[in-house]
Structure formats: structure tokens, C-alpha cells
Ligand binder design. Sequence first.
Ligand code: NAD
Length: 455
Amino acid sequence: MQRFSPGDFSIELPAVVDGDVRAAVERASGAFVGWRGTTLAEREGCLKRAQERLAGKKEALAYGIALETGKPITEALGEIGAVIAKIDLAIADARRYLAEQTEADCANPNSIRRRPRGVAGVIGPFNFPVHLAHGAITAYLLAGNTVIFKPSPLAAGVCGVYGELMRESFPEGVFEIVQGGASVGQAMVSHPAVRSVCFTGSVTAGRAIAKATAEDLSKDVALELGGKNAAIVLADADLELAAQSVAEAMCLTSGQRCNSTSRVLVDQRVESTFIDLLRAKLGAFVPGDPLLATTKLGPVVSDIAKQRYVETIGQPLDWIVAGGALESVAGKRGHYVLPAVARAPLRVAANLPIFRDEVFAPVVVVVATTSDEAAIGLANATDYGLTTSVFTPDRDRFLAMVDRLEAGNVYQNLPTTFSPGTLPFGGWKNSGNGRPGGRGFVRFATDEQVVQMKK
Ligand code: NAD
């Protein structure tokens, strides 16, 4: 069995101290004057240099993510692979969306331009500590903004290493990193010189940021928040595929993805076969050391996360896969948890906390449905609207449902966690706005300026 160790992926996680937001904003404001005047080609050059540096530390960065957050090393390597690939996607987006436009249907010569906003503040979560922030950071930088990044304190070390690799790829002050918790985040987003904010994290923190920035209308705020994502399994579905997809989408990153599956709405005629298959597929997700290449289910990130899981599986529900928390795995202490599945009756499901609230652990609730209408109604019966999957071979039936599903991303026969990075990604309702994930965020990272000259 291959175990990745510091000998393989050596990384020195820096000691972290709360950052000085005011000094970082001053440096970033100063640097904006020169950075906004650079050409896109020059900015691309800096990003390509950053890409080389990040690629040179790929394994070390992945090791840092696994060490700090408990994410299995194979997933962590995937995250850093996406970080490196993102730079080429962001450059393609910048070339496409930043190009000046002209409107032919206008009497006067004119141009429609996209201009940088100034200093941008990016706040990241722990679950994709580098990749999600990096998507916004690359878009902001390519558009000519300067950036301050405040990572999650739960991944401060690895983000510190990422920050150093980025910082040395740009002129001084163009990219800054400040470390700390909520108060540092609040100080950053409230600073009058920070003109654009991209936040990825919980609804609670998203609301606090929206409130802190509400008075200053010069700020733009993009929010990527939580999800309560449903897999709809119709009677004609390939049940093997549906069960495998649900098992994966509930266990990847130990259920700590914004797009993890946490609700299954299955046609009552196939419910019992589906549950048997799901139980069997979950057998492959055994908690293990995140540094082992074979591990598919690492620990959850913290004691608080584990407590939330323990409280959830303690709720008086019909637990058909019981779950449980483990103190240690193979002699290694950690916040290990087992996959858990509850069943809830159709008529009460929508009122249950397990149906409405994000648990952020490998937990799903299964509800037997009576029709496509019932499945759509239940899928929409939460405050979230991030991803929904429908399992059916019938494309027309799927497309008829798509129009009525309240989710920013809808999939046929793919897991709710499917987001390849080459398409836009983002949520509706309380799952967010501005679509910072995936393609096209560079539009948000700019102000539109319309120029007319009298003929
Ligand atoms: P979190 O909200 O606890 O923290 C996220 C970041 O916000 C951290 O850097 C934290 O220090 C900072 N923060 C917390 N309170 C703040 C405040 N009042 N003001 C300013 N900054 C504040 O979230 P988390 O536990 O790190 O991440 C998990 C959450 O993120 C889940 O809800 C998940 O669904 C969501 N998420 C969403 C997406 C998406 O694309 N929609 C992606 C990943 C994670």
C-alpha cells in the first residue's frame, strides 16, 4: 500500500499570524496604478510564471491540503491539478470577455469596454482551500485588478505556501495574502478601498459579508454559498449508476463539498432495490488515512464538524445505514465518520432539518416519491439551489424537468459533484450569486464602460 509521507512530498507549512489588512490594502491600492496600465499579454505572462511555480510544487501543495484538512491525497492532487489548469482557462476567458466591443446599431462611433475595478478581496473556504479562491484570483488579476486573499484558517499553512508562489510571480503589491478568521475577513471587505469581493463559504458568513458591504454601493459582492443537493432517481433509471453516483457524491471530501449529494428522491417503485445497491456501494467508502493513495473517505475537517455529524445521526429518524464516529483509524487519531443514510416519509420530509440544513458530512436522506411532479416539488423545497441530478435514460423527460428545477447546475446521469471546470458554475437562491465558480467570472471582475464620440 502506498503511503505518501513528508519524504515524498516535503512541505514546510509557515507559522501563521493574523494579517495587517490596512497595510495590505495600501500596498494593493498602490500597485493598482501600474497594474491597470499593463497589457493583457503582460498579465498573462505573470500568470504563466505562477503556473510554472505552482506546477513545480504540485505534490507538496497537495500534501499540505491533505495534512491540514484531511482531504484524501488523490483528491488533493486533483485539486492542485485543477489550480494549474485553471490558469489556461482563465486566460481563454479573459481573451474572450475583455475584448472591446462595438455596437453597429448606434449613430455614433462607440466602444463597450471592460475596466478593472481596483482592489479585490477574495475569501476562501477550507474544503477546496486553494482551488476556489484561485479561480476568482486569476480572473481578477487578468482583468487588471489587484488582489488580497484571505484563506480559511483551517488551511492557512498550505494557502500561505500558495500565496508566496503567487506573490513572487507579480510586481510588488499586485497579489497580497492576509491570514486570520472572521474579524480579518470583515476588516478586509469593509475597507473602503476594496471595490470587489468574492466570498466562498457558508450562508451565515455570506450574510455577514453582505451586511458589512451593504452601505457602500461602490462595492460588488459575489457569493458562492452552500447547497442541499438532490439526486432524483426515476423508475426507469440505471440503478447501478444512480447508486454509484450518489455514494461518490456523498463521500467525496467526506461530504464536505458545496455540491455533495445530501438528498435522494427515488421513485417508490425502485426504492428498495436502489437502497440495497447504495448500501453495497457505500461499503467501498471505508474511513482511512488521508495520506494513503487508496483512501476514498478521509476524516472531516474539525471537531466542530464531527460534532455536527454526531448530532445529526442522533436525530430520531429511520436510519437505514447507521453511520458512526470513530476516534481513530489504524491507530491514527482523527475526526473519522462513517457514511449514514436516513429514510423520511414524503409528507413530512420537507420540514425535517436533515432535509433543509447543510450537514457537511457523508449523510443523505432518502425520500420515496410518487411522480415526477412530487420529485421536482421536493427538489425545490429548500432555500438552496446549487446542483440537482436526475437519473433517467429518457432525455426528453429530463429536459422537461430541467425547466422547473431551481438549481444553477442540472445534470442527467451524472453525480451532483460533477463540475469539470470548463463550464460556468454557481448557485441560485441562498446558494449564491455572481457565479464565481467555473468559467466567465472575469465579467464580474470588471466594470463595463460605454464610450460614444459624436460623429
Ligand atoms: P465558512 O463560512 O465558515 O468560512 C469561509 C471563509 O469565510 C473562511 O475564510 C472564514 O474565515 C471566513 N469567514 C467566516 N465568517 C466570516 C465573516 N463574518 N466575515 C468575513 N469572513 C468570514 O465556510 P467553510 O466552513 O470554510 O466552508 C464550508 C461552506 O462553504 C459550506 O457551506 C459550503 O457549501 C460552502 N462552499 C460553497 C461553494 C460553492 O461553490 N458554492 C464551494 C465550497 C464551499
